[in-house]
Design a protein. Structure first.
Length: 67
């Protein structure tokens, strides 16, 4: 499952209708993460990063990530 965060003008009717269409298609509104959940996600992402680094899968030069 993927998560997105939206920022929009609450007065924009077209955006509100588009969001309603997304809900109709099966999207759901997620509750804000708790501190414990955020801490767990950070630990998991750091563990993954270090595992990739030790396995030689990490890129050596981060500047090339977006080129």
């Amino acid at each position: 499952m993927a998560t997105i965060t939206l920022e929009y003008d609450g007065r924009n009717i077209a955006i509100k209708q588009l969001i309603q269409v997304l809900f109709t298609l099966g999207a759901k509104e997620a509750s804000p993460d708790t501190k414990a959940e955020q801490t767990k996600m950070v630990k998991e992402s750091l563990s993954t990063a270090f595992d990739e680094l030790h396995a030689g899968k990490a890129r050596k030069n981060a500047r090339n990530l977006f080129s």
